[in-house]
Design a protein around this ligand. Structure first.
Ligand SMILES: [Ca+2]
Length: 497
């Protein structure tokens, strides 16, 4: 029998079970609205609620989330790059359960339920605005990975790794030999089952406008909105002029097929040539790359402010749970800063997987609290379903609700990424991770890790979050214990989802 035919009844049964377990709770309390905001490649030091944040950033609206809610100083994503991280975040499971090679493109199996599917079954209106990225089946409507096919009623955005911030029109796509030519693309946005063309406008603003108009229309029904900005992902220099002025950096021209821009072996005049040229250091130098990044981040923060203001103006702020998280650590090639953490996106050093995160829910989540226990992006699904009054029965969910007090200080957390892996238990982290920059060389903000090979490294993160002192040789017993924990987790769980 075809795989999907075998699996669909199981999914259907699970959803039916969910609807039943839901019905009693509905009458008792009004379900909260849920807003999940995801930023892209944001640096650990580029989040002003953290005490030791970079002095260069301007993110006052992210502070508002910290004032009304709780911030997490040790929040981990399940992968150091976008697609697998988002697969883990959306499903509450370590995506290498089904993608045992721990690749760039785990996809979304038919049998794995998403947050949106749980909430839709519980009576929520559901929408996704922004980036949708499972690393596979890009630009297609009729695949499981397309948001409308995994629980979302509405989608405006793109199904790809990245998107141009300015060129969102049909006309720009027509003039481009390769509108989908790289993992990034340009042109009209996917909009439910069709495309929507924007002759003008900046992508971060477009997503915010859509989010605000969405929740204005959903006041009589609880909503779940995933607002997945592609800011601050490359192409980082594409920012409205007022932010460039603020950070004193010059504008770079938009992609123009007539300019016949060249880069390496890319077809001259292709979008790939433009993208490859400006998404690494070279055409843009270190100091300017950081300025473009700061400008892009400032614009993102202003847009988050607009969302928060609109929620308040609509009287929705008191009954909306907001979760904010970056999908992976700051990228070595955008000018992001992960200090005091080593390395960044693309590797399992702390800089690749420890990210900014906040949860705000007035009256329900303690305001102003700094949570220093380590948590996982897989906790987001159980937290949201907990808030919505949904009982989870799936034993292969790896996360746990952050609305419940944490009692386990020795929680086992694992990562698998290509031929690298990591395990954390209490203050201890064991990893064989090497170094990876993506492409080109890393920017001046990048903090080089102490090793670039696959040898085993042991760190006490409580004293040494920057992973500067490898304790593997002096603590062979701890190495063995953690290695066994990781191996046991894999043999018990890989292939089970
Ligand atoms: Ca990312």
């Amino acid at each position: 029998m075809h795989k999907s035919l075998r699996i669909i009844p199981a999914v259907f049964a699970a959803l039916l079970l969910l609807s039943c377990s839901q019905s009693n709770d509905k009458a008792e309390q009004k379900q909260p609205n849920i807003l999940l905001i995801i930023s892209d490649d944001q640096g650990y030091a580029d989040f002003s609620p953290f005490e030791n944040h970079s002095a260069e950033i301007s993110t006052p609206n992210m502070n508002r989330l910290a004032e009304s809610g709780m911030i997490f100083t040790q929040a981990y994503t399940t992968a150091p790059v976008c697609s697998p991280s988002r697969a883990g975040l959306n499903t509450g499971k370590f995506q290498f359960r089904w993608d045992e090679k721990a690749s760039w493109g785990p996809g979304l199996p038919d049998s794995v339920l998403t947050i949106a599917e749980y909430l839709k079954a519980a009576g929520y209106a559901t929408a996704r605005i922004g980036k949708s990225d499972y690393g596979t089946n890009y630009h297609k409507f009729n695949v499981r990975e397309y948001p409308l096919n995994h629980g979302y009623d509405h989608f405006l955005g793109f199904s790809a790794h990245a998107h141009d911030y300015w060129l969102n029109s049909e006309e720009s796509a027509k003039r481009t030999p390769d509108p989908n030519g790289t993992s990034a693309h340009l042109g009209p946005l996917m909009w439910d089952r069709e495309y929507k063309s924007y002759d003008e406008g900046y992508l971060t603003d477009i997503f915010t406008d859509e989010a605000i108009s969405y929740f204005k229309t959903k006041k009589d029904q609880p909503f779940f909105l995933t607002l997945a900005y592609n800011s601050v992902h490359h192409v980082i220099h594409e920012v409205p002029q007022k932010y460039l002025d603020k950070y004193e950096v010059k504008p770079i021209h938009n992609y123009d097929p007539d300019s016949i821009e060249t880069f390496g072996n890319q077809q001259p005049g292709s979008y790939a040539a433009y993208y490859e040229k400006y998404t690494r250091l070279g055409a843009i130098q270190d100091e300017d790359m950081r300025k473009y990044y700061l400008a892009n981040l400032n614009c993102l923060d202003d847009n988050i402010g607009r969302v928060l203001d609109a929620l308040k103006a609509e009287g929705l702020d008191k009954n909306t749970l907001i979760i904010y998280i970056s999908d992976n650590g700051g990228s070595p090639i955008t000018g992001a800063l992960n200090a005091p953490l080593s390395a960044g996106k693309y590797s399992l050093w702390e800089g690749g997987i420890r990210v900014p995160m906040a949860i705000s829910w007035p009256g329900k989540v303690e305001a102003g609290k700094v949570q220093t226990n380590y948590v996982s992006a897989t906790d987001i699904l159980p937290t949201i379903t907990d808030a919505a009054g949904i009982t989870l029965t799936d034993q292969t969910i790896d996360g746990k609700s952050l609305l419940k007090p944490e009692t386990d200080q020795k929680r086992l957390m694992v990562w698998k990424w290509g031929n690298t892996w990591a395990v954390r238990k209490g203050p201890w982290k064991l990893t064989n991770t090497n170094e990876s920059w993506g492409k080109g060389r890393p920017s001046a903000q990048y903090i080089k890790p102490i090793s670039n090979d696959l040898s085993l490294k042991l760190f006490n993160l409580e004293n040494d979050p920057g992973e500067r002192v490898n304790l593997a040789e002096e603590m062979p017993g701890k190495v063995e214990e953690l290695q066994n924990s990781y191996n046991n987790w894999c043999s018990e769980n890989l292939g089970k989802y």
